[in-house]
Structure formats: structure tokens, C-alpha cells
Design a protein around this ligand. Structure first.
Ligand code: UDP
Ligand code: MG
Length: 323
């Protein structure tokens, strides 16, 4: 069956001059195969230059001249991977029917794009690329990542395990996503909250083709913290629990202190200090927690996320989501 899909592969790039030639070669080949087999009508590669300091933008401009499939967006300054990807997805939501996001460094398996498009053509809206194993990651990165996914889950954040930002999204999910007005982006979490029919494609994650990671430990930690704080207000709630626990301990401390006092086993001042330290600690923590509850509510309000997204409607002309 001939498809009418215009596919856009969105690639954020930050100082990626070493890999871009190869990335362009491989992605162009994939798009040509998809066009040849009729799985898509046309394909484009959209490079988003995230304020690179090397020749990345010159390369992108050169590619777009010689290769009709390449387009480029140059951001005025470095805004970080998530924001750069957002810029590309926003562009794609207006200019394409489906978008695949992938890193420039070819760590994700470009062959999987074919499987993703196959799912898309069966009517699936979101196809997550999930790494099978993390053999190529260091012991440290593997385990910190595992810990992070577990923590996110226990805090109630919906997130697909071992899925980074390699995924396909249909036009209606792109439009739904860009209607989220928040500024703190944690895309892999946000996409999961959209709902819509989804599927998973598994692949082996490779070594970086060239160059070095643009995500040093510091950026990784701040990304993880961002993920948790943009998705969960539970840490605030835990403060209330901690406060109540302290008050409970203070009751035990009061009884214990008074008994010791009655037995005459205490030096002057110990009982009153003991009692007040625990009780005041508990009271302060509980109060902070209660304030936290309100801050959590304010936080949800200012995000102004859409209250719901419609997946389907029995009335023909309303079939897809319109923001
Ligand atoms: N990236 C970006 N802006 C940044 C940092 C990274 O656009 O400030 C891009 C980078 O060019 C790459 C992707 O984000 O395409 C993922 O970065 P990287 O491969 O260095 O991360 P890692 O795979 O090591 O986690
Ligand atoms: Mg990488």
C-alpha cells in the first residue's frame, strides 16, 4: 500500500562535526529505503544545531545544498539537548506527518527506524526505541541509570524503562506535545503521559561513532534531578511523612524523658531540651511539608498542561486531536 507520510528525522547536534558526515549518509540511506519500499512518501532529516562552537552549522548548510533531504535549524545559543529537541519536534509538528528523534552520534540503531515506521503504518502513534542491554555503557552509567529509572517509578513518574529520546511520534502526538506550555522539559517522561497507542522497538545501543559525550556527569545529574522534580511532587509529600514520624518519636522522647526525670536520673535541663528538640523538629518539618503540599498544587497549576487529550471520537471529522 502506498503511504502518504512525510517523515522527518529530528537530530539535535552540539559540536558534532566529527559524526555528521556519517550520520547524514546513514540516515539518507534509511530514508531512501523507506521511500523505495513505499512505506513513506518522502523523508527529511532536520538537524537542530544547538549553538555549536565548531563547524557543525557550516556542515549542515553544506549538506542541505547538496542533499535535498537535509534541512537545518540553527539555535542562537546552546539551550541543551531537551530544548533543542523540542525546537525540532515543534518544527516537525508543523511540517511533517511523523517525526523520529535520534541523537547525532549514531548510538541508537538507525535500522530500527524501519521497524518504527512499520508500526506507524499499522496505526501506532508513538514507538519507543528501547535499549536491550547497556553493554557499551560504563559500569557507573549503567547502574546510575538503573537506579534513576527505579527511583522515577517509585516516585510515581511514568517512564519507559531504558528508553532515551529515540522514538517515533505521529503528527497528532507531536501537536499534543507542543501544546504543553511548560519550560522544564523532560521529554521521555512527558511523551509517556500523552497516552495514545504505543509500541516498543528493541535495539542494541552502540558506542558513540566519534567525538565524546556531550553529557558529562554534571549535566547527567542535573538532568536526572530535572526529571524527578518536573514529574513528581511526592518528595514534598515525604516531608510531611518525615515530620509526623518526628512527632511520633517526640512522644516517645517525652515519655522517656519524663520517666527519667521522675526517677531523678537526669541532669537539670536535659528533660526539657530533649523534649523540645524532638517536638519542635517534628512540628517544623510537618509545617514545611504542608507548605510543600500547596507549592505542589501551585506547581501543577503553573505548568498549565492540557487537562485531557482526546484519542478518538465516533464523529468522523473529529478523529484526531486538535489543540
Ligand atoms: N546535545 C545537544 N545539546 C547539548 C548537549 C547534547 O543538542 O547541550 C545533543 C548531542 O549533539 C547528541 C545528543 O544531544 O546528538 C545526545 O548527546 P550525547 O550523545 O553526547 O549524550 P550521551 O549519549 O552521552 O548521553
Ligand atoms: Mg550519545
Amino acid at each position: 500500500m502506498k503511504q502518504h507520510t512525510r517523515l522527518m528525522i529530528v537530530v539535535p547536534c552540539y559540536n558534532e562535526e566529527e559524526v555528521l558526515h556519517e550520520t547524514t549518509r546513514q540516515l539518507t540511506a534509511i530514508l531512501q529505503r523507506l521511500e523505495g519500499s513505499g512505506q513513506i512518501a518522502s523523508g527529511k532529516i532536520l538537524y537542530v544545531d544547538d549553538g555549536s562552537k565548531d563547524t557543525t552549522w557550516q556542515l549542515i548548510k553544506g549538506f542541505s545544498k547538496e542533499n535535498g533531504k537535509v534541512e537545518g535549524l540553527k539555535l542562537a545559543h546552546n539551550v541543551g539537548h531537551q530544548q533543542a529537541l523540542w525546537a525540532g519536534l515543534e518544527w516537525a509538528s508543523a511540517h511533517a506527518d511523523a517525526a523520529v528523534s535520534i541523537d547525532a552520534d549514531l548510538q541508537d540503531d538507525v535500522e530500527s527506524i524501519i521497524d518504527m515506521v512499520e508500526y506507524y503504518n499499522k496505526g501506532i502513534d508513538i514507538v519507543y526505541g528501547v535499549r536491550k542491554e547497556r553493554k557499551t555503557d560504563t559500569f557507573f552509567k549503567r547502574n546510575t541509570a538503573l537506579f534513576f529509572y527505579r527511583l522515577m517509578h517509585s516516585l510515581g513518574g511514568e517512564i519507559v524503562y531504558n528508553h532515551a529520546d529515540f522514538r517515533l511520534m505521529s503528527k497528532r502526538t507531536l501537536q499534543a506535545l507542543v501544546s504543553y506550555p511548560e519550560r522544564n522539559l523532560f521529554l521521555r517522561g512527558m511523551v509517556c503521559t500523552l497516552g495514545f497507542p504505543s509500541a516498543i522497538v528493541y535495539y542494541d545501543r552502540k558506542e558513540r561513532f566519534a567525538g565524546e559525550s556531550k553529557y558529562p556527569l554534571k549535566k547527567m545529574l542535573s538532568f536526572a534531578l530535572d526529571g524527578i522534580t518536573s514529574f513528581s511532587v511526592r518528595p514534598l509529600r515525604y516531608i510531611v511523612v518525615l515530620g509526623l514520624l518526628f512527632i511520633l518519636i517526640s512522644i516517645i522522647a517525652i515519655i522517656y524523658g519524663l520517666v527519667r526525670f521522675a526517677e531523678g536520673q537526669t541532669i537539670p535541663g536535659w528533660t526539657s531540651l530533649m523534649i523540645s528538640v524532638w517536638f519542635i523538629g517534628g512540628a517544623v518539618l510537618t509545617s514545611i511539608g504542608i507548605i510543600g503540599e500547596y507549592i505542589g498544587k501551585i506547581y501543577k497549576e503553573v505548568k498549565q498542561r492540557p487537562r485531557y487529550l482526546i484519542e478518538e471520537c465516533t464523529e468522523e471529522d473529529n478523529k484526531s486531536y486538535k489543540p
